[in-house]
Design a protein around this ligand. Structure first.
Ligand SMILES: NC(=O)c1ccc[n+]([C@@H]2O[C@H](COP(=O)([O-])OP(=O)(O)OC[C@H]3O[C@@H](n4cnc5c(N)ncnc54)[C@H](O)[C@@H]3O)[C@@H](O)[C@H]2O)c1
Length: 249
């Protein structure tokens, strides 16, 4: 894993950091000696991870569909540390629901956890992002480019993330804060492997990608490190696809 010396001691927030790609990012930022504040609904996994990593890693149970919980979490960090350097909006849900059986409550809930939470986390964190540098990384998905069936609401939320990111990059750019979208391809998280990825799906993924090798969570975490670090200072308002060349192959 690359070492970015400017990340040492920086204050990093990660949402949904107890599992999957989020967990890999918590580990990766910790390995750079950053101070990592992560939240999740999964209290047991979050607490276990923060105990395992020890110094410099702080977990809080937050339900990102609750505005008050987001505000309390971020205000606590801001007041304590008096600055925030990087925010990673990673948490999301990706249910498969055919359009005919999706009710409007399910649609609204998905927008709340996948898009509104991203807006609220940015708004609250920006109060403490004082520049001259800062990085916000919002997670979208390869599905925005592929458009798979039974995922219309999820894909709509992820399209929203890309639009939100582009406009926010323009708005906060004058303060030295960069905002980018990170869109993973199909990543072999514990949950994806349990629920969706069997051996025939693996074969198909390898055929769809330019490079036929399954993507692991640590590889996405490495891209997040780059986007957080000054090494990527010329990049803002962009969508970075980390999909081994699936979307446009
Ligand atoms: N895994 C993939 O193949 C893949 C592909 C493309 C995009 N993505 C995106 O990457 C990001 C991470 O995905 P993942 O596969 O690691 O997910 P995951 O399901 O493995 O982990 C997501 C974490 O977010 C937490 N979370 C969900 N809703 C929450 C809420 N309301 N409040 C607090 N925490 C909440 C969950 O508890 C979980 O720990 C998501 O934005 C996802 O859309 C993933």
């Amino acid at each position: 894993m690359a070492l970015y010396s400017d990340l040492r001691g920086s204050i990093i927030l990660v949402t949904g950091g107890a599992n999957g790609i989020g967990e890999a990012m918590v580990r990766a930022f910790h390995s750079q000696d950053a101070e990592v504040y992560f939240c999740d609904l999964d209290k047991d996994k979050g607490a276990r991870l923060s105990v395992e990593l020890g110094e410099g890693v702080f977990f809080r149970k937050v339900d990102l569909t609750k505005e008050r919980e987001i505000c309390h979490w971020i205000e606590g960090i801001g007041r304590n540390r008096e600055r925030i350097d990087c925010v990673v909006n990673n948490a999301a849900r990706d249910p498969r629901i055919p359009i005919e059986s999706m009710d409007s409550k399910q649609w609204d809930n998905l927008f709340q956890s996948n898009l509104k939470a991203c807006f609220l986390t940015c708004r609250e964190s920006l109060k403490w992002m004082k520049g001259p540098h800062g990085s916000i990384i919002n997670f979208s998905s390869i599905t925005f480019h592929i458009g798979p069936s039974d995922m219309s609401a999820y894909v709509a939320t992820k399209g929203g993330v890309i639009g939100f990111t582009r406009a926010l990059a323009r708005e906060v750019g004058p303060r030295g804060i960069r905002v980018n979208t990170l869109s993973p391809g199909w990543v072999m998280t514990e949950r994806q492997l349990k629920e969706f990825v069997n051996s025939s799906v693996k074969r198909q993924i390898k055929k769809d990608q330019c490079v036929p090798k399954l993507i692991q969570t640590e590889e996405i975490a490495e891209v997040a490190l780059f986007l957080a670090a000054e090494a990527s200072r010329a990049i803002t308002g962009q969508e970075i696809l980390a999909d081994r060349g699936w979307a446009y192959s």
